[in-house]
Design a protein around this ligand. Sequence first.
Ligand code: HEC
Length: 151
Amino acid sequence: MSGGRLIILGFATAALALLGWGCTSWAHEGLEVATLPSEVQPDYALFARRCSKCHSLARPLTSGIDDDAYWLSYVTRMRRQPASGISEEDAVVILRFLHYFSVEERRKSGKLPAPPAAPPPPAPLASPLPVAPPAAGTPGDAPQDHGQRGP
Ligand code: HEC
């Protein structure tokens, strides 16, 4: 009786193992890219490429630095290392990521009391957008609930 269930369990385990295997190469020393907001992901990608050249990404990510001014001085220092491969333009992008990272760190450690206010909703448009037509292809216009009410 339990044979079929065992096989299913086997498949599930294999699937999970495959999923996990797919992720580890990226995530094990850096951040889980998929958890970052999509606008931060390209900045993170550059940070991950440039700042993992000489040491692991854990170096900056676990340094405990959560202050823009410190990051500026660190990134400047790293950039001036011989053959760092970090251009001034790269530094701008990297610092943008590190700013995001610092804010997250401060929030996690409770230094920021509340998440920043959500951006205000866009002002209502002067003329409303055209409303999508009601479900197309309804045969006829007969009201659906006509007559068929009650037991
Ligand atoms: C050219 C090689 C190189 C590159 C590229 C590089 N680093 Fe470093 N990094 C170093 C060296 C060398 C040290 C010093 C190691 C030490 O002092 O033990 C270091 C140390 C650090 C430290 C630890 C400092 C401390 O006091 O513990 C941080 C944080 C850091 N790097 C961040 C970064 C960041 C962020 C980037 C990308 C902008 C980066 N690194 C890119 C070479 C590099």
